[in-house]
Design a protein around this ligand. Structure first.
Ligand code: HEM
Length: 240
C-alpha cells in the first residue's frame, strides 16, 4: 500500500516552488549576483534552522511516521558550522544572530515538533529534497560569484555521506510513499510543506534589501571613484 505522499508533495508544492524560484534574492543568486555579506547571513539563518530541525528530527526518530525519513546522512549542521567558520572566523558563534524571518521559521519547527511531530516530514522534505536537487549547481554559482576556493564556504552543498544524490532522492521518495498516513494527515503534511516554502521565501526576501543596499553601495563607490579620478585628471589637465 502506498500513500502516494511523494507525488502529493511534489504536485501540492509546485506553485510554492515556482514562487520561491522567483524571489529576487533567489533569482539574483541564480544569475551569479551573490554578495558575501548577504550570503553569510543566510548561512547563519540556515544554521539555526537546520540545528532546530535536526534536533527535533532526532527527538522523534522512533516516531512511526518521522522514522521513515530519518536519515542522519542528510544532516547539515556540521557543514554549516564549517561554512560559518569560513565566513565569520574563529568567533563565529558570537557574531551570528537569527533574523526575524529565521526566528519565525525556527519557532514553527519547535511548535510542530511539540504538537504534531508528523509535520516535521514537511520541513525535512522542503529543505533536504531541495538541497539534493539544486546542490551542485548552486555550489558552482556560489563558488564562482564569491571567488571561493574548492575547500571553503560551500560545505553546505556537499553531502559527503551520500554517494549518489539522485538515487538517494528516489530512496527518500519511496520512504515517503511507505509512510502510514491517511488522506487527512497527507493533506496536513502538504499544507505544512507549503508553509515551509513560505518561511523560506520570507527569509530570502529579508536578504533582498541587504543585497540591493550592497549593490547600490558598490555602484555608488565605483561612480564616486570614477568622479574623483575624473576631477583629479581634470585638475592635472588645468595645472598643465
Ligand atoms: C534557486 C532556485 C531553484 C531552482 C532552480 C530549483 C530547481 C529544482 C529542480 C530542477 C528540481 C527537480 C529535481 C528533480 O526532479 O529531481 C527541484 C526540486 C525541488 N526543489 Fe527546487 N529549485 C530552486 C529553489 C528551491 C527552493 C527555494 C526550495 C525550498 C526552500 C526548493 C525545494 C525543492 C524541493 C522540495 C524539490 C523536490 C521536489 C520533488 O521532487 O518532490 N527549491 N528544484
Amino acid at each position: 500500500m502506498t500513500s502516494n505522499l511523494a507525488t502529493k508533495l511534489r504536485e501540492g508544492t509546485k506553485k510554492a516552488h515556482t514562487m520561491a524560484e522567483n524571489v529576487g534574492f533567489v533569482k539574483c543568486f541564480l544569475k551569479g549576483v551573490v554578495e558575501k555579506t548577504s550570503y553569510r547571513k543566510l548561512v547563519a539563518n540556515f544554521y539555526f534552522v537546520y540545528s532546530a530541525m535536526e534536533e527535533e528530527m532526532e527527538r522523534h526518530k522512533q516516531h512511526p511516521i518521522v522514522s521513515k525519513i530519518y536519515f542522519s546522512e542528510l544532516n547539515r549542521k556540521a557543514s554549516l558550522e564549517q561554512d560559518l567558520y569560513y565566513y565569520y572566523g574563529n568567533n563565529w558563534r558570537e557574531q551570528i544572530a537569527l533574523s526575524p524571518a529565521g526566528e519565525a521559521y525556527v519557532q514553527r519547527i519547535r511548535e510542530v515538533s511539540a504538537t504534531q511531530p508528523e509535520l516535521l516530514v514537511s520541513h525535512s522534505y522542503t529543505r533536504y529534497l531541495g538541497d539534493l536537487s539544486g546542490g551542485q549547481i548552486l555550489k558552482n554559482i556560489a563558488q564562482r560569484a564569491m571567488n571561493l576556493s574548492d575547500n571553503g564556504g560551500s560545505a553546505f552543498y556537499e553531502f559527503t555521506d551520500i554517494a549518489d544524490e539522485k538515487a538517494f532522492k528516489n530512496e527518500y521518495r519511496q520512504a515517503l510513499d511507505m509512510m502510514p498516513v491517511d488522506d487527512e494527515t497527507a493533506d496536513r503534511i502538504v499544507e505544512e510543506a507549503n508553509d515551509a516554502f513560505g518561511l523560506n521565501m520570507k527569509m530570502f526576501m529579508e536578504l533582498e534589501g541587504n543585497l540591493i543596499k550592497a549593490i547600490g553601495q558598490m555602484l555608488f563607490n565605483s561612480l564616486t571613484r570614477r568622479r574623483t579620478r575624473g576631477s583629479t585628471e581634470a585638475g592635472l589637465a588645468t595645472a598643465d
